[in-house]
Design a protein. Structure first.
Length: 401
């Protein structure tokens, strides 16, 4: 029998989705599962955008240009101006979600065996795409004790070697909820300029900043050839299934290389781009309301977590995730147990074990990522389940009398 490739054998499974069969089994038993493991908002996709798709008079769903529909890219230019970013249509490549954007950027910026420095914990799929593209992630540690703040720039320097080609951030951060402000980005900008590196920033959550203003890496003067932004409509407009993202950079050679790879997949989704263009016609008050709702949810979640014995957490500043340390040795086993063997009032909660967000073996074993993408009532019930589950699990594990 033919065998699969080494790359296939060693493909990195999603730490966010691997518990899904246990959640399905729990639901089959009649247990309600509160899904806080994945960034799938429960807020409705904007009605106006959905109606634009429903009411299209399109007779043939044709291929779109590989770079994306012109009218959509032109509206994106205006959208980025809200954040004092001055780019042109030629600087924007529409992708099949941020996921494809990550793949295209890694393939275009780095060769097989090259290294990219990423603060950990980081979005788990970065590790999967690095493996698929033959890129090595060089993690730089951050810590829950100081809310996963960006390390000093002096800590980056020793990690830069002959194979280092880029520094990769998520801002606001998934999974930690941290925000890297202007001072941090300017310091990183000077570092990448000194070593002639790319500075790649995933800015998918830019609208969700609660305690300070967002600063885009694209605003860094003199770094136009170094900076690359990855973007998506999935989170801000609750349109994860549209699969529409983008790459934004004023580095013409990089955009050209990404486009060459994009031509292999022909085009990004046509209906998705139609929906994406419609979202850009929404008034700014729409996103302000969404941000206020997530702000309420984060405060509700953190208030409950801080009251739980043995739990360490902090107030995240952006995105819609919190990273917490639980009083258990292995959150992977605990999260599985919560789905397989526990319920509270016939309900349970699904979280994402923390180890999957690290490249360093052994880190994150007692941590979890919690997505506050449920309404506050459901968050309260989910936290009731977590609190009761922790107490029961620690008792049967012999951690408490």
């Amino acid at each position: 029998m033919p065998v699969i490739s080494k790359r296939g054998k060693h493909a990195i499974p999603s730490p966010i989705r691997f518990l899904a069969p246990y959640a399905s089994a729990a639901e089959d038993r009649g247990v309600k599962v509160h899904y806080m493991n994945i960034g799938q908002p429960d807020i409705n996709t904007p009605v106006e955008a959905m109606e634009r798709v429903r009411n299209t008079d399109m007779k043939i769903l044709k291929y779109t240009p590989s770079a994306g529909v012109d009218s959509y890219r032109e509206k994106l230019v205006t959208y980025y101006q809200r954040f004092e970013v001055g780019v042109k249509k030629k600087d924007i490549l529409v992708t099949t979600g941020a996921s494809e954007a990550i793949s295209l950027v890694l393939n275009s910026c780095l060769d097989i065996g090259d290294e990219v420095i990423v603060p950990e914990p980081f979005y788990a799929n970065y590790l999967g795409y690095a493996h698929a593209t033959g890129v090595q992630i060089q993690p730089i540690p951050t810590f829950i004790e100081n809310s996963f703040a960006l390390p000093d720039i002096s800590d980056f320097e020793p990690l830069i070697g002959p194979k280092t080609k880029a520094i990769f951030l998520c801002n606001p951060n998934n999974p930690t909820g941290g925000i890297y402000g202007r001072v941090d980005l300017e310091a990183l900008g000077q570092l990448v300029k000194k070593h002639d590196l790319y500075l790649i920033v995933d800015e998918v959550y830019r609208e969700f900043c609660y305690d300070e203003d967002f600063y885009s890496v694209l605003r860094l003067a003199g770094l136009e050839k170094h900076t690359v932004v990855i973007d998506s409509i999935s989170k801000r407009f609750s349109a994860c299934g549209a699969r529409i993202g983008s790459i934004v950079s004023q580095n013409e050679d990089l955009i050209k290389a990404c486009l060459t790879f994009a031509q292999l997949r022909l085009s990004a989704p046509g209906f998705g781009q139609l929906l994406g263009e419609a979202t850009l016609d929404l008034p700014s008050v729409y996103l302000e309301g969404i941000r206020d709702e997530y702000d309420l949810r984060r405060r509700t979640l953190i208030h409950r977590l801080k009251k739980m014995p043995g739990v360490l957490c902090y107030l995240p500043k952006g995105a819609f995730y919190a990273f917490a340390r639980l009083p258990v040795a292995d959150t992977g086993k605990f999260c599985q147990w919560m789905l397989e063997s526990f319920s509270f009032n016939n309900e349970t909660v699904m979280l994402a074990p923390g180890a999957g967000f690290y490249a360093t073996k052994g880190r994150g074993l007692d941590e979890v990522r919690i997505a506050y993408i449920l309404n506050t009532g459901d968050i309260e019930r989910a936290m009731d389940c977590l609190e009761a589950g922790l107490e029961r699990y620690r008792w049967i594990s012999g951690l408490v009398d």
